[in-house]
Ligand binder design. Structure first.
Ligand SMILES: [Zn+2]
Length: 506
């Protein structure tokens, strides 16, 4: 009898399914056929009627669902460690100066995306939800470069086009008055894409890539944030999300300044603003949700949104602490993300998990309400699956689900001695115990290397591309430094306002 198509047996591993019944076996098999889990349990391999194309001996290994990075911006992959500590608005100015001569060729976008994908695969991340922005404007070439990189790397990816389309100073409170006339006029003239242009690019993304690679690649929509797009584009994106059942990426109330902006520009909270426009729904993944109040939480819960929590990024930018306990108590599903490489400086979801588990102990002395390892693991897996509209097929090891797994060595410092597996996954592991990563039944990382890519050559090419772009980077840095005093005045003015809440320690 011939082996099943691309069949793989993981034999005799410690299996943590994170499924509905939270099955865990110290010695069990996982049968994979055609990219999906065909059987799992103590005798699954022996009972299987067909031979296997490949068998992995699981003794000493933990098999668990691959981690899902629920929020990420791959275009930041070039900027690991590049910026000092800045609040979001100053950080964004330096990341993408609005008047700087920028532009990324297709090859750069490809290599940049690939570098991040490889780092994730090495640490057992099997899926990423990428809110990819394009500088200065999105194009078919830049979209295809990002998607092709994910296709080639072997990771599962759901990707949006994050493209603000209003004038820079209109995204913020006070900035229009703070800027000199000449700077305002220059911002008016900066390239922006129309609703029709951007929706046409979404048409391309969906037609060419949604469902590609046997369903491994998918499209999402993104407005970046409600204050960064025109109302007609926002409406177009909401309609697109509903028509194709696509996740909708939206950053809401990441900073205190955005709380002030909502009041100044719309006379209400930005959550309420999106709700009143009729766009708040269960497809929305609300990113950050830090400066939200109780009424906002009730709206998010009623609309069945998912919230993406990015605690390392929030600390890096001094954004504040998300009211995790209140969101959980309201029944809002939570997923975890690294956010981008210049706000986490690594794409290490294990650090994100540990930070999430620790940070919210500061919210209440009632230790019974502190995040537990099981819920952090659920946020890392099923939470991300929900945000990607993949609840039925991702985030757990169960028959019929996509075979996306991480295999971890239990004979490492993280798990020796082994006292409590879940707690040690959250509090001890840093990704270094990952021995293999499997996506859609394919082993994409093993024996210390990503199988589909020559990583050494890729890193060398990355260094060359960075060196070639040095003049452009220096010019962008000068542009950001010139504008920074106006942005600083804006940030400090917003920080001094009373918004009826505090999400900082002070
Ligand atoms: Zn983000």
């Amino acid at each position: 009898m011939n082996p099943g198509p691309d069949s793989l047996l993981i034999r005799g591993a410690h299996v943590l399914t994170l499924d509905d019944a939270d099955h865990e076996w110290p010695n069990a098999d996982i049968v994979i056929e055609d990219g999906r889990i065909a059987a799992v349990g103590p005798t699954a391999g022996a009972a299987w009627p067909r031979p296997f194309a490949r068998t992995i001996e699981g003794r000493g290994l933990l098999a668990m669902p691959g981690l899902i990075n629920a929020h990420f911006h791959s275009p930041g992959n070039l900027m690991k460690g590049a910026l000092p500590g800045y609040p979001l608005e100053i950080f964004m100015l330096h990341e993408v100066p609005p008047l700087a001569p920028t532009g990324s060729a297709g090859r750069l976008a490809y290599v940049r995306t690939m570098i991040g994908a490889l780092e994730m695969l090495r640490r057992g991340v099997t899926a990423v939800h990428d809110d990819a922005y394009h500088v200065p404007v999105a194009s078919v070439e830049s979209i295809d470069a990002i998607m092709q990189a994910y296709a080639d790397a072997g990771i599962r990816a759901t990707v949006a086009i994050d493209q603000p389309n209003i004038v820079e100073y209109e995204k913020y409170p006070y900035l229009a008055e703070l800027l000199p006339e000449a700077e305002r006029r220059a911002m008016d003239a900066a390239p922006r894409q129309s609703t029709a242009e951007l929706l046409a690019l979404y048409g391309h993304l969906i037609a060419r890539w949604h469902g590609a690679e046997n369903g491994r690649l998918a499209a999402a929509v993104s407005c970046s944030a409600p204050q960064r797009v025109t109302d007609d584009y926002f409406a177009g994106l909401s309609a697109l999300s509903k028509r194709h059942d696509l996740p909708f990426n939206i950053h809401i109330l990441e900073t205190k300044l955005q709380r002030v902006l909502g009041r100044e520009k719309f006379g209400k909270s930005l959550v309420r603003h999106v709700h009143d426009l009729g766009f708040l729904d269960e497809r929305m993944m609300v990113i950050h949700a830090i400066w939200i109040d109780d009424a906002d939480i009730a709206l998010l819960a009623a609309a069945r949104c998912t919230v993406a929590h990015n605690p390392v990024c929030n600390l890096r930018l001094g954004s504040g602490v998300m009211p995790y306990g209140k969101l959980r108590a309201a029944g809002v599903p939570i997923c975890l993300g690294s956010d981008e490489m210049n706000t986490d400086d690594s794409v290490n979801l294990w650090f994100v998990a540990k930070t999430a588990a620790l940070l919210h102990t500061l919210a209440t002395p009632d230790y019974r309400a502190w995040p537990q390892p099981a819920e952090i693991l659920a946020a890392l897996t099923r939470g991300g699956a929900r945000a990607m509209r993949r609840t039925d097929s991702l985030g757990r090891l169960a028959v019929g689900c996509h075979a996306d797994l991480a295999l971890l060595d239990l004979d490492t410092v993280s798990f020796t001695p082994l006292n409590d597996l879940r707690r040690q996954l959250v509090h001890c592991e840093d990704g270094s115990s990952v021995r293999a990563t499997i996506v859609a039944g394919r082993v994409v990382y093993e024996q210390g290397r990503v199988t589909a890519v020559d990583e050494t050559a890729l890193r060398a090419e990355m260094r060359e591309l960075m060196a070639a772009g040095r003049t452009q980077q220096q010019s962008a840095a000068r542009e950001a430094a010139r504008l920074e005093p106006y942005y600083r005045a804006m940030v400090l003015k917003a920080a001094a306002q009373d918004v009826g809440m505090n999400r900082w320690l002070s």
